[in-house]
Design a binder for this molecule. Structure first.
Ligand SMILES: *[C@@H]1O[C@H](CO)[C@@H](O)[C@H](O)[C@H]1NC(C)=O
Ligand SMILES: *[C@@H]1O[C@H](CO)[C@@H](O)[C@H](O)[C@H]1NC(C)=O
Length: 353
């Protein structure tokens, strides 16, 4: 072999190819992007970023902000889900599964870039969550565009129709007046001096479904980058006709998303007012940490909620460190999107309740 140095070099590079090939067997699942719903363009954007070598955090931000720009389903970004006053506000979160740093904004007004504002909170403050107009002031002071009118002609039209139907249905309960717009006051059932209110059958009152069964309310995304780091992010404009000030599960770590780089990640979507009481994504990741398979971890987290709330509508998707993913849902058919090195383009998986 030494008699022909070219052969030797050829042999060496052949060897390194073999080694590389062998080494890539373990890493073959990376990078990986997983997202709630068929938000294909968002997943493609995150994939382009992570495939080109971006960090998990930056790729998640890239993916979620693409959804904000495209106003995915009208439920992410500006111009959707007007509250009782007709205003659109933004909830978003980003979490680094390596450092356990989290940044989030909730009920943020006048700034459309939710996930970028969340990243600013994570990277440039010691805090985790900023809310309302103070979150907007912070985001703008750190360089994001605003103040911006977050309403669209569609959101204003939707809200105008709702006002015309006496603000029905809505998220109020045990209040008076029952079939009209506010101002509202508590309806104290024990107050017998007010006979007229004591016998209102609450079951007859129209209830607003917390999630649109035909709209997909949140983008929640997980990315594992080339080096195996994991990050998650979410962005949503919340529930339509919510009471101003309402914060959903979107910016709550452990509820809409969670990641621990040694274990895996979880993304959730659905009735945030219920989910944030159970922290399903915290539970999913914790269950996987204790050895549960993604599929069982996802099912277990959903069943814990449905035991107390049989009419609950929601879903989770679990991803473990090896890139194994599985979803579970209740009350609707859930779909989630995946892009891995083994796929030519984004693939959509369907999960039946
Ligand atoms: C914001 O935009 C909506 C929809 O285009 C419009 O109806 C509304 O008047 C605007 N609000 C302000 C304060 O400019
Ligand atoms: C991920 O899940 C798969 C399927 O349940 C399992 O075979 C694999 O060992 C898991 N990986 C880790 C790191 O737990």
């Amino acid at each position: 072999m030494a008699s022909n140095p070219f052969n030797f070099i050829f042999f060496l590079s052949f060897l390194s190819l073999v080694v590389e090939h062998h080494g890539s067997v373990e890493l073959k699942q990376y990078p990986l992007v997983v997202s709630t719903w068929p938000f294909i363009e968002a997943v493609r954007a995150a994939w382009r970023a992570v495939d080109a070598g971006s960090s998990a955090v930056d790729s998640v931000v890239e993916g979620c902000s693409t959804c904000e720009e495209l106003r995915c389903d009208g439920t992410v970004g500006p111009g959707g889900s007007p509250d009782e006053n007709g205003e659109t506000t933004i909830d978003a979160l980003v979490m680094d599964g390596v450092t356990m740093e989290v940044g989030a904004v909730a009920a943020m007004r006048y700034v459309k870039d939710g996930i970028k504002a969340a990243r600013l909170v994570m990277q440039h403050t010691e805090h985790t969550l900023l809310v309302g107009e103070k979150a907007s002031e912070f985001a703008i002071s750190m360089g994001l565009p605003g103040p911006t009118n977050l309403s669209s002609s569609e959101s204003i039209e939707k809200w105008t129709e709702w006002k015309k139907s006496s603000c029905q249905p809505n998220f109020r309960k045990n209040v008076l007046p029952v079939n009209n717009c506010g101002p509202y006051r508590p309806n104290n059932f024990l107050d017998l001096s007010d006979e007229t209110c004591s016998f209102i059958d609450q079951s007859q009152i129209a209830r607003l479904p917390h999630v649109g069964l035909h709209s997909h309310d949140t983008i929640s995304m997980a990315v594992i980058d080339r080096t195996g780091r994991i990050a998650v992010g979410t962005s949503t404009n919340g529930a339509t006709f919510k009471i101003p000030g309402r914060v959903g599960d979107g910016p709550i770590a452990g509820s809409s998303a969670y990641a621990i780089d040694e274990v895996g990640a979880c993304c959730a979507t659905g009735d945030g007012d219920i989910m944030m009481r159970f922290l399903p994504c915290y539970q999913v990741v914790e269950s996987m940490r204790l050895g549960m398979e993604p599929k069982h971890a996802a099912k277990d987290a959903i069943s814990r909620i449905t035991k107390k709330f049989p009419n609950f509508v929601g879903a989770v998707v679990a991803v473990n460190k090896t890139g194994e993913h599985a979803g579970a849902c209740h009350g609707w058919t859930f779909r989630y999107s995946v892009r891995s090195p083994a796929m030519k383009d984004v693939e959509v998986f369907t999960v039946l309740p």
